[in-house]
Design a binder for this molecule. Structure first.
Ligand SMILES: CC(C)(COP(=O)(O)OP(=O)(O)OC[C@H]1O[C@@H](n2cnc3c(N)ncnc32)[C@H](O)[C@@H]1OP(=O)(O)O)[C@@H](O)C(=O)NCCC(=O)NCCS
Length: 203
């Protein structure tokens, strides 16, 4: 488990597949998350994907819960990159509860994923991909210090049009320069309680 302010990142469990079945068949959510509004996926397919995920050794799959209500709000993943000898990871997330979009959770989730990757998993470079029309995601990534490095043209066809994909990345040294500022902005008065948990080993 990883706790960040009022968010708990807990492992994805088989029981969560009912939830994923709703979220991963949601037209609007998948249009932004996967650039694939018709992500029609059956429970049997989700179960198969889940079994495959459970065999992976280095990737982390989470359900985020609001710690005040214990309600699941979304899904996130930290996937290690297999190529290159610098440790890198791809970060991805979606907030499944659409009524919670644009309330600041995305920024908090992304900073939490960066904390896990850079501070606890010894990752040196984090990456994220987003489709051209996903302004919310771009705003969140840029707020968190990601830099847009590349545009891969015409990767997807959505709503009758071709769209490009944007590639964002950030190095650990860049994150460390803005870390405290981001923690304060996303955790507010809970920042000390968050840092307190690791303080004993740093003494
Ligand atoms: C992307 C996602 C994780 C972002 O989380 P969120 O909680 O909605 O985002 P936040 O509230 O933290 O921040 C959104 C920012 O985008 C800005 N924004 C939203 N729409 C915008 C627009 N059309 N133009 C300019 N800015 C816009 C908001 O104003 C806010 O920035 P601000 O707080 O500086 O004003 C969430 O919306 C989501 O799950 N979307 C669907 C799935 C998805 O897109 N996943 C990411 C795939 S890469």
């Amino acid at each position: 488990m990883f706790e960040f302010g009022n968010l708990r990142f807990r492992p994805l469990e088989k029981d969560d597949l009912k939830l994923l079945h709703v979220w991963e068949n949601d037209f609007e959510l998948m249009m932004y998350s996967r650039s694939k509004p018709l992500n029609i996926v059956s429970m049997a397919q989700l179960e198969k994907q889940y079994e495959e995920k459970m065999k992976e050794k280095n990737n982390l799959y989470f359900i985020m819960e609001n710690m005040e209500s214990n309600e699941p709000i979304g899904f996130a993943a930290i996937r290690r990159e297999e190529w290159g000898n610098v440790q890198a990871a791809d970060l991805g997330t979606y907030i499944g509860r659409k009524e919670l979009w644009e309330k600041g959770f995305g920024k908090k989730i992304t900073v939490a994923l960066l904390e896990m990757a850079f501070i606890h998993l010894n990752i040196e470079r984090c990456e994220a991909w987003s489709v051209e029309y996903n302004i919310r995601a771009h705003k969140v990534l840029e707020f968190c210090g990601f830099k847009k490095g590349g545009v891969i043209r015409n990767t997807v066809y959505v709503a009758g049009k071709k769209w490009s994909s944007f590639h964002f990345d950030m190095l650990r040294e860049e994150y460390l320069n803005i870390r405290m500022n981001l923690l304060k902005k996303t955790l507010g008065e809970k920042v000390d309680a968050y840092l307190e948990r690791t303080r004993p080993v740093l003494k």
